[in-house]
Ligand binder design. Structure first.
Ligand SMILES: Nc1nc2c(c(=O)[nH]1)N[C@H]1C(S)=C(S)[C@@H](COP(=O)(O)O)O[C@H]1N2
Ligand SMILES: [Mo]
Length: 324
């Protein structure tokens, strides 16, 4: 299901280092030649626009975007191959290498998202009305799974905050809730009750308004493959990966804390907050260290996954050993 880019050279993915590959692509972005508009075309995964000539204005827009990637890390990104073949997506498969092989019935387009609850602009939105293509940014974030592995991923998307502001929650709204598609034909793992379906997640509204939280539609320079949550998923880089709900079809604004799949399944093990915290171990394993996919040695896990400067203020006065 992955469509390879008409690469910067004839080199195959495996012939170049991820860093090399990534830098080449990043240059395209900065030059405007890899305009997000081109490579995130709604229905096609093709990147035909990649080499199209661009105006000086478009180039300027791209430069500005490149300059304001909030929170992006300089760490070398994980390879596209690892990002798209080592996954957690229980609606497809419960093994890490399974999701990539269970995508043949999945239809990422057309796709709409229903917005409801305590919000002034409810309705059914086409994904590309919710996420404006001319606002897409690439941000390189650390991605830390609760199972103590991590990656560095060049995501493409928009600030969740911008979308939330356009939807205009009412003052009584305190939380935002998300739901994944429920359709066992497209998501065969839903024939097995490993979790209660659909997968659900939520954030406190002030967390959702933090500029680091993203609605993601792409990775590297392509639209999301199904196994990564096509066509739209959440990314909250200071939290464990399970908050990053995939293939979202419903967003609602609520006054009460919404249920979340992993908390519902094992409340002693998974809390609502799920902030990355090396000081609070999972009941069955340590969270002090993590294995970066591609590395041999484990590294120390950082509080809030290293994003403390940006997000610690959200939790002032809270006991994070209790609100884990
Ligand atoms: N709908 C849905 N979203 C999901 C999951 C899932 O099983 N179903 N797994 C979560 C977990 S546990 C992780 S670690 C991340 C993995 O994202 P990735 O496969 O893109 O790395 O997706 C999260 N989002
Ligand atoms: Mo995870």
């Amino acid at each position: 299901m992955l469509i390879r880019t008409p690469a910067t050279s004839q080199a195959k993915e495996s012939d170049v280092t991820p860093e090399h590959l990534f830098r080449a692509r990043r240059r395209f972005l900065q030059l405007g030649a890899g305009s997000a508009l081109g490579w995130a075309a709604a229905s096609s995964l093709a990147v035909g626009g990649l080499l199209a000539p661009v105006s000086a204005k478009a180039r300027e827009v791209e430069m500005l975007k490149a300059a304001k990637w909030p929170g992006s890390t300089d760490e070398p990104p994980t390879t596209l191959k690892d990002i798209t073949t080592y996954n957690n997506f229980y609606e497809l498969s419960t093994s890490k290498d399974g999701p990539q092989h269970e995508t043949e019935n999945f239809k990422p387009a057309p796709w709409s998202v229903e917005v409801s609850g305590l919000v002034n602009n409810p309705g059914t939105y086409d994904v590309w009305d919710l996420v404006k293509k001319d606002q897409l940014e690439q941000r390189i974030y650390r991605h830390r799974c609760v199972e103590a592995w991590s990656m560095v991923v060049p995501w493409v998307g928009v600030s969740l905050a911008d979308v939330v502001k356009r939807l205009d929650p009412q003052t009584s709204a305190k939380y935002i809730a998300f739901e994944t598609l429920l359709d066992p034909e497209q998501l065969p793992g839903q024939n097995r009750q490993v979790l209660q379906w659909p997968y659900v997640e939520g954030l406190r509204l002030d967390e959702a308004l933090n500029p680091l939280a993203m609605l993601v539609v792409g990775v590297y320079d392509q639209t999301l493959p199904p196994q990564n949550g096509a066509p739209i998923r959440l990314v909250v880089p200071w939290k464990y990966g399970f908050k990053a709900i995939k293939s979202i079809v419903r967003i609602s604004f609520t006054e009460e804390e919404p249920p979340t799949s992993w908390n519902r399944s094992a409340p002693r093990e998974y809390g609502f907050y799920a902030n990355v915290n090396p000081g609070v171990n999972h009941p069955r394993w340590s969270q002090a260290k993590e294995r970066r996919i591609g590395d041999f040695l484990r590294r120390k896990t950082e509080m809030f996954n290293g994003y403390g400067d940006e997000v610690a203020g959200l939790y002032t006065g809270m006991d994070l050993t209790r609100s884990f």
